[in-house]
Design a protein around this ligand. Structure first.
Ligand code: C5P
Length: 216
């Protein structure tokens, strides 16, 4: 049994009290991962942005809004977990300034200055203990495999799930699970629940290989 932390869904970055930047992530992949992990007997905590999907009732769910809030929550929780699956699609940009009052229309174009938000998976994976593991997702439109491997190295992940843009807000997914040495662990196309089960199998194989390494 492991303690697994899952990030899920989108985050929101407010421009003013009523408007925000976000993306179409549904949280479905995170919910299916939580269900697979619970079915395999693990303890699960989900850190989720605002979503309409329901998470399994046996999962501990922490709701957040912004990328910074998601990062702070994950940083707080990760030390008490064995691994992190970064299935969230955190908003990558935030306005440099947040207006305290609703921005009034004045007929002119509105210029927004955006700055990058922190990368949760990269930040957390950089500080992981040797017995902790991190699984990242890479959503790419081109050179999916190559870019997923580059991203895995950049973000210090132990496994990468490479998928395409059709995954967003869909019931289905088509993924390749890639190991840290660049080898293909599995290719799966099917429902997000089937994909989640395969990701959990890959996590089990990773945990198993680590424990046999430490015995030998
Ligand atoms: O760089 P990109 O957004 O494609 O990376 C995707 C992976 O990084 C996913 O696992 C996602 O959850 C994670 N991520 C993150 N924090 C961000 C952006 C992405 O944890 N700000």
């Amino acid at each position: 049994m492991a303690r697994i932390l899952i990030t899920s869904g989108p985050t929101r970055q407010y421009l003013d009290p009523v408007r925000y930047l976000t993306n179409a992530s549904s949280g479905r992949m995170g919910s299916c991962l939580a269900a697979s992990a619970l079915a395999a007997g693990h303890e699960v905590t989900v850190v989720s942005g605002p979503v309409n999907v329901a998470y399994p009732s046996a999962a501990n769910v922490v709701q957040v809004v912004s990328t910074k809030e998601m990062l702070e929550t994950v940083q707080q929780l990760f030390p008490s977990h064995d691994g992190l699956i970064g299935a969230a699609a955190p908003c990558d940009y935030m306005p440099k300034r947040i207006a305290t009052e609703k921005i009034a229309k004045d007929g002119k174009p509105l210029q927004l200055e955006l700055v990058e938000t922190p990368d949760i998976v990269a930040t957390v994976a950089n500080s992981k203990r040797s017995n902790q593991w991190v699984v990242g997702f890479a959503l790419e439109t081109e050179d999916q495999r190559f870019r997923a491997i580059v991203k895995m190295q950049k973000k210090c992940c132990d496994l990468m799930v490479s998928n395409g843009p059709t995954a967003i807000d869909s019931e289905l997914n088509d993924v390749e699970i890639i190991a840290a040495n660049g080898s293909t662990v599995a290719k799966v196309a099917g429902t997000k629940q089937q994909v989640a089960d395969s990701i959990l199998q890959a996590v089990h194989a990773l945990i198993q290989s680590r424990s046999s390494e430490s015995v030998n």
